[in-house]
Design a protein around this ligand. Sequence first.
Ligand code: NAP
Length: 333
Amino acid sequence: MTRPKIFITRFIPDPGLNLVKEHFLPDIWVQDLPPSRTELVELARGVDGLLCLLTDNIDCEVMDAIGPQLKVISNMAVGVDNVDVAAATLRGIPVGNTPGVLTDATADQTFALMLSAARRIVEADRFLKAGKWVTWHPSLLLGADFAGSTLGIIGFGRIGQAVAKRAQGFDMRVLYHSPYAKPAYGAHPVDLDTLLHESDFVSIHVPLKSETKHLVNAEFLSKMKPNAVLVNTARGGVLDQNALHHALKSNQIFAAALDVTDPEPLPMDSSLLELENCIIVPHLGSASKKTRDMMSLLAAQNLVAGLKGERLPNCVNPEVYNALSSRNSIGTM
Ligand code: NAP
């Protein structure tokens, strides 16, 4: 039997890398910047397994260039908006992701951003370091309260619910909008308009897909309260950044905090960077050592399972297995 060929698009943390190396001899992209599309296609051509990151756009052209022998695409992220999952399914390729292990870290980051934007932590730090702190003043850098306020969560899945769990400790009333999710952690389901009209904090936790692209647009923002804080730790494409700039600049809402932008990295001439009431950090939702170790392990487990012809432990398109088993049973008839 020939040895499977594998391409990993960046150095991933040891737990995952070691697991892959126990079974196979992978080719690894060792540079800090991701491979360009041309480099990716060139290096991945002919591989049986691909382990990629959210910085790699794996569309149908890339899949076709890699070739029909491709058995598994393992994405080291829970979101798979960088992979054309429908195209992979059509080609019978299972796509793996890393759900669950990053839920707490991302919910923590959401709360850190929500607190920072509400209590103007970044602005206050800049203020002090610029030598502007001359005295304690009753109205210096006043922010928003958490206790007794209402938090609206859009997308009540794993991370949305972990945010609701944290909000209980802050004595917040929690509303959510997520068509099929059951209530949890004292949160109440409401329609989107009610959530926007009643929430002092709005936090976004939906996956990026065609229906959620620019979900946060001018109309959405116009329905929010003037004291409201918006937090996005989902994906940059869910939010129309021009509309957000206008809403923040005109004080239509109080503040925003973004973990994710579109594009990434955010160009240094982005108008959002000039706003004091907008915190932006470089996509760090899952950025804790333990979480990244676990993500690499899950991604490696998916890759190894796919190469061995086993079901991926975390597969976003399990329907490929139905198609495969019906193809096999037709073959044995
Ligand atoms: P999840 O468990 O699948 O939760 C997503 C929830 O959003 C599901 O309940 C889903 O409902 C709901 N939803 C889908 N479309 C919606 C819509 N149009 N309106 C309202 N709700 C909608 O996923 P998760 O693990 O919580 O992760 C959520 C997202 O966070 C990921 O897709 C990823 O993009 C992002 N993320 C970012 C970071 C970061 O580093 N910043 C880290 C981790 C994850 P259904 O299940 O019924 O479709």
